[in-house]
Design a binder for this molecule. Structure first.
Ligand SMILES: Cc1ncc(COP(=O)(O)O)c(C=O)c1O
Length: 477
């Protein structure tokens, strides 16, 4: 849906307006003068006018509605959504000069959102099957099908589905009996779910500086933090970037500690030809709405050992004995995924290769179009022999640029962007835990990093538009 398909110049005729409406198929168009929004006209307005008409051939500006709903392009998506109801299916978004820059609808409130799921395969059909068969809870064929296909895509390691990526981390820690008195090394730049899961397990997170190139946890810095209490290192493959897995495997062997791979942002990434998530003792995934494979909310755990996978399934289901109903072996949780969520996930996995290939193509377009743009300090760097699956394309701006102003200017062009996480060690709930002495890399990426739209459905033209907008904008600074 292009904006141009909805626009008509104020001096055009009603017949021209009908042509525009007929072509866009949405029953309305917006009247403009040099992109400045003047009014709205629907096919109903034209019909009503013609039925009463005494003169023919007026300009659209003579019969358009001047009272209509619009929002400034920087308005929060949730506020726009509240107005998209009843007959209001499209809302124009304008810039400071009242020029139309975007058209919001229920599927898409901004022209280029940062990330959105694309549910174009069998998702609806499989969900309908759940409802028609009444299997809407955590029993049903899709939970098994989803786990089996996930396992197949990950070197046949046992896969255990859970209700989200945070619970996947928590359940992993509890399966390995990590708790009070233990320490888990966590990267200082990651989503807070990583440290929250450790704290909820009873253990203490120890925040580790990130690597200057991969932006993932640094093996050199991690080694400095290992103590007698260290039980595990949580490796987060940030934004789809792959951490230095060989270095961590050496550390794990040397110090007899566990490796937890958090692949929430990196499904489809590879290291030395093998998928991430198959290197650690345990690996976790998230299927939140903005993730590469999405079930709305959901998660998965991969275990190296089948025995641990079986134990985690018991913990996932209240600690209940798998054969002796209502006999509890452990104090467990309810972390199950529903059949409906698994149905969506299974349909998504059916298109796994296609989705990952598309994400990687988007990555290559960004790298091509943003090469040598002044104002950009760094594009993502990949480790040799790794494959970046580009969950979220992220770059570092030069320090002289004001990140917030750049993001605001992008939004005015209908392009959403996102800030990099804050260093965990600086935030109130985490600031009393141990941390690497030097956190300048964390600070740098947090201060200067922005992420750009990376949804699977973006076209080469979209990426070109985003990159040329950035280039133009940065040239103006
Ligand atoms: C690195 C990382 N770990 C864990 C999570 C938590 O996943 P969820 O939102 O499914 O609980 C996320 C989620 O966004 C994440 O980015």
């Amino acid at each position: 849906m292009k904006i141009s398909e909805f626009l008509i110049d104020k001096d055009k005729s009603l017949k021209d307006a009908l042509r525009v409406i007929n072509n866009n198929g949405q029953g309305l168009c917006f009247v403009v003068e040099n992109f400045k929004l003047l009014g709205i006209i629907t096919d109903g307005d034209i019909r009503r006018y013609l039925l009463k008409a005494t003169k023919f051939g007026p300009k659209v500006s003579e019969i358009m509605n001047k009272n209509f709903i619009y929002f400034h392009v920087e308005t929060e998506a949730s506020k726009i959504r509240q107005s998209l109801k009843g007959k209001i299916k499209f809302i124009p978004l304008v810039d400071d000069d009242f020029k139309i820059v975007d058209i919001a609808n229920l599927q898409k409130t901004h022209r280029i959102p940062i990330l959105e799921p694309v549910l174009e395969g069998n998702e609806m059909r499989y969900m309908q099957e759940c409802i028609e068969t009444n299997w809407i809870s955590s029993q049903g064929r899709f939970v098994k099908d989803f786990e089996n296909l996930f396992s197949k895509l990950h070197c046949n390691l046992p896969a255990v589905s859970v209700s989200n990526g945070t619970n996947a981390l928590h359940l992993s820690l509890k399966t390995f009996e990590i708790g009070e008195g233990d320490e888990v090394i966590v990267p200082n730049i990651t989503f807070a779910a990583c440290s929250n899961a450790v704290i909820h397990s009873g253990a203490e997170p120890v925040f580790c500086e990130i690597d200057i190139d991969t932006w993932c946890i640094s093996p050199i810095e991690a080694e400095k933090l290992i103590t007698d209490k260290t039980k595990a290192i949580m490796i987060v493959h940030l934004y789809g970037q792959v951490a230095d897995l060989d270095a961590f495997r050496n550390l794990a062997k040397k110090y007899k500690i566990l490796i937890i791979e958090d692949c929430a942002e990196a499904i489809g990434s590879e290291y030395k030809g093998k998928p991430v998530g198959t290197f650690g003792d345990v690996a976790t995934f998230s299927f939140f709405g903005n993730k590469t494979i999405s079930t709305g909310e959901g998660g998965m755990i991969l275990f190296k050992e089948r025995e641990k996978a079986e134990k985690s399934k018991i913990l996932r289901d209240h600690g209940m004995h798998p054969e002796k109903k209502y006999w509890h072996e452990f104090v467990g949780y309810n972390y199950r995924l529903t059949n409906i969520q698994a149905a969506i996930g299974f349909a998504q996995l059916e298109r796994f290769q296609e989705i990952i290939e598309r994400k990687i193509t988007i990555y290559s377009w960004y790298k091509l179009f943003l090469k040598d743009v002044s104002g950009i300090a760094k594009l993502p760097q990949e480790l040799e022999l790794s494959r970046h699956s580009n969950w979220l394309f992220t770059l570092l701006l030069e320090e002289y640029l004001d990140k917030k102003t750049v993001m605001k200017s992008l939004l005015k062009k209908g392009i959403e962007s996102r800030e990099v996480f804050y260093p965990l060690n600086l935030m109130p709930p985490y600031k009393n835990y141990k941390c690497s002495k030097n956190t300048s890399n964390s600070q740098n990426i947090s201060n200067n990093g922005i992420s750009l739209p990376s949804s699977v459905n973006l076209s080469r033209d979209d990426i070109f538009y985003i990159c040329s907008s950035i280039k133009k904008l940065l040239d103006e600074f």
